[in-house]
Design a protein around this ligand. Sequence first.
Ligand code: AMP
Ligand code: GLY
Length: 429
Amino acid sequence: MRVLVVGGGGREHALVWKLRQSPLVQKIYCAPGNAGIAELAVCVPIAVDDIQGLVDFARKENIELTVVGPELPLTAGIVDAFTAVGLKIFGPSRAAAQLEGSKVFAKRLMQKYGIPTAESRTFTDVEPALAYVREKGAPIVVKADGLAAGKGVVVAATLEEAETAVKKMLVEEEFGAAGKRVLIEEYLTGEEVTVLAFTDGDTVIPMVSSQDHKAAYDQDRGPNTGGMGAYSPAPVLTAELLAQVEETILRPTIAGLKQEGIVFKGVLYAGLMITAAGPKVLEYNVRFGDPECQVVLPRLQSDLASVMLAVVNGNLAAQQPVWRQNHTACVVMASGGYPGPYEKGQVITGLSAVRQHTDVYVFHAGTTKQGQQLLTNGGRVLAVTAWGDTLQEALDKAYRAVKAIHFAGAHYRRDIGHKATAHTEKAKG
Ligand code: AMP
Ligand code: GLY
């Protein structure tokens, strides 16, 4: 099978790496890819949102399966465009992708089908929004409706912060169209966990759990990023809680969409808060998380291409993906300044030494090659991933590799997995 992967970050490197191991896959293209992906696939310079360009390429190259990494093309209808001309593509339609593309759409679905989530109201006018904020008090959460590259959520500790966020979105239109509607919601407390699931619109098969680290610095301090690291499994999600998540969140979401006439095919990402009252949805995404993908896929023992084809063909019920009983950890090495402004073009060294390390794989996020030199080319540069029999073993291997890799300004979190360690300590008593 000839496969095209759309995207060029750490998530897509992990997708390409796993698909490369499939006996069904002969050749992989990636648009646009990065320097790491280029070692496993043919990279083609087509932007992820150039949907016509991607359709034309897939037809010309007789691509038999296209796999979409990022949300942008999904919300723009890439799946509809491919399907319309008879091309197989893994991902949700534009209608189903509204689950991520519009937080108002997602909240309405949850409210209608009784899916546990934060209490929330939607506003388009500033005065009633401010009145509601004052009525509810802080802490409170303000969210732009549309896609805002992870920056559209303000967890306000004070009334002043909440009011500023509302005004920025509704008056100053800082997020453009994405912020013309805002949700104001109840502040939830607990521990966060990510549950990804394969679904063909009927059958829902959860993957192993993981936990992201969104804040830039140790102890969850500093501004939010795309994700500074992850590990799997996340002990906060016990087998009992996972069963509850399946029953009360994953299945009702897919069934609710179906009731609305929308068939969701692809990966459903449930970003959850494990509250004292049980798991509640913070957000849905309609694709693998980045960096969650980098810790989840290495634990998949089964063939990813077979599972993806089953999703596309609507016969996921016949699949029983098998997972390894190991632990994975991923440490993201980011450019100096990220998530604020940062410089590109720093020389990266040490990767050839890390190739000698066992149970480690370095997924590239923002890299490019100039001659023989590997250069930084994004905010998140590398996703250094390792596995072992315990989380501690995986973390030790990942950090040993991180210490062997160098580029000017590199920063990374030193406390990936700290919440899991706390669970282990508690269990020991
Ligand atoms: P989202 O993009 O909706 O997942 O929000 C980004 C981050 O904001 C989440 O990962 C949480 O850390 C935080 N967050 C979102 N909604 C809430 C909420 N209702 N209560 C507390 N924290 C939240
Ligand atoms: N790691 C969170 C995301 O992919 O949106």
